[in-house]
Ligand binder design. Structure first.
Ligand code: TRP
Length: 433
């Protein structure tokens, strides 16, 4: 363990920060539309089973590795075995690539907050969104501005920056989410929307849906890139891993479901198809807000809550890379923050330009923005998670026995970790490619 390593000042701060990391655009923007595309309730049921029984395993592993080694991602894998140091760097590469498209969406959010705040609501959001995102400068500057706002907190340190930001923003986020959900269920389409969410349609059940559910579960828990490991490394000695893992899963899932409760009644009130896809948050929803009572107020609240969700996740992405840079290159936190942000800035600029001048530049038939999303979510994320399971299961001696003892949970954990999780992850990986 490093000397003078910072620690969360309380257990609750640790939980809030990890929930802040997990709850992001994945919950509010991705979960509802993926659920819409995959048959609603049956998807939810599959997702709950997968996250509760399977994804909890790599989640516990990352937390355990963080707690045992109490250091950054690269050093932690190096300590397990110097042969695994490259894998630590692969996690850092992943966590550096995600913000390069995630923060572009962050820039859009800032723009939409401004539209609703200044009451400059456009008549047609389809036209508005395509003309806005295809500009060269504005999306680029807003992305960099979002990056700047995010970087302030890790720059200030674990307690003074990250912990404070989460302790303020997460409660506000939850309050806004509940206001929006209550507003949504008072709308005429509420009954239809909630039926869609909670009444399973078994005909939609297929292999592709299971894989989608699993991919979403890994993404939303921020597993497979050292983010959980890094936050776990600041945890207090007396923290219970399994309890923390399930608290995180329950909070994350409840928030994702509440986001659905907020979105589907609105969607059904207007007769839009729930599978409107990625454009749901930036075209369909704002268009509907504009036609509902108090459009400025609810539109504003919706984008501010999206902003809080994105920034608290962004903070943890930056912190994961920063913690490794500090230790590996022996630099100060301030310098590491500036370097991390500069790398992200350089890669995210072509991602913002994917919607304008770089629209014809394709990698594997995808624009640079879509390519980053695809490479991280479909390939690096399951691959890294697979390796974490293999390393934790086969290369750390008696991880399960030391931590869970010879209990039923201990045995179940061991079997899931060594055999079941790797096999499932290999399937996800193959289908993702
Ligand atoms: N979990 C985040 C979300 O749901 C996204 C995410 C993926 C993430 N990987 C991460 C957040 C790493 C922080 C760190 O939106």
């Amino acid at each position: 363990m490093e000397k003078d390593r910072q620690q969360w000042s309380s257990h609750i701060s640790f939980i809030i920060a990890t929930v802040g990391s997990a709850v992001g655009l994945g919950n509010i923007w991705r979960f509802p539309y993926i659920m819409g595309e995959n048959g609603g309730a049956i998807f939810l049921l599959t997702y709950l089973l997968l996250i509760g029984f399977l994804c909890v395993i790599p989640l516990c592993c990352e937390l355990l590795i963080g707690k045992i080694h109490r250091t950054d991602t690269v050093s932690a894998f190096e300590k397990i075995n110097p042969k695994f140091k490259w894998f630590g760097w692969l996690c850092i590469l992943t966590v550096l690539l995600i913000p390069c498209f995630y923060f572009v969406v962050g820039g859009w959010i800032i723009n939409y907050i401004w539209i609703f705040l200044s009451n400059n609501i456009p008549d047609n959001f389809t036209n508005y969104f395509s003309s806005f995102s295809s500009q060269t400068w504005v999306p680029c500057i807003l992305t960099l501005f979002f990056l700047f706002l995010t970087a302030i907190f890790p720059y200030k340190g674990v307690n003074k920056g990250i912990e404070k930001a989460n302790n303020i923003m997460m409660p506000m986020f939850v309050i806004m989410l509940f206001i929006m959900a209550l507003y949504a269920i008072s709308l005429p389409g509420a009954k239809e929307g909630l039926t869609f969410m909670f009444k399973p349609d078994f005909s939609q059940f297929d292999k592709q849906m299971i894989l989608t559910a699993l991919g979403q579960a890994l993404f939303t828990l921020s597993i497979g890139m050292g983010a959980v490991l890094t936050y776990g490394s600041y945890m207090r000695e007396d923290t219970n891993i399994v309890k923390s893992a399930y608290t995180l899963i329950i909070c994350d899932t409840l928030i994702a479901i509440t986001a659905g409760v907020m979105i589907f009644p609105i969607v059904f009130s207007f007769g839009v198809t729930p599978s409107a896809g990625a454009t749901l948050a930036f075209i369909s929803l704002p268009e509907m807000f504009a036609q509902l009572p108090f459009p400025t107020f609810f539109g504003f609240i919706f984008f501010v809550l999206l902003f809080f969700a994105a920034i608290t996740s962004g903070i943890s992405m930056l912190e994961t890379a920063i913690a490794s840079f500090i230790n590996q290159f022996k630099m100060t936190r301030e310098k590491a923050t500036i370097i991390t942000s500069s790398i992200i800035a350089i890669i995210s600029i072509p991602a913002t330009l994917s919607f304008s001048i770089l629209g014809d530049f394709k990698l594997l038939g995808k624009t640079f923005f879509d390519f980053l999303d695809y490479a991280t979510s479909n390939i690096l994320l399951p691959f890294n998670t697979l390796l974490i399971c293999l390393i934790a299961g086969w290369c750390i001696k008696s991880l399960w026995k030391d931590n869970f003892g010879e209990t039923f949970f201990g045995y179940a954990f061991n079997i899931l970790l060594k055999f079941i999780a790797p096999i499932v992850l290999i399937f996800v990986l193959i289908s993702g490619i």
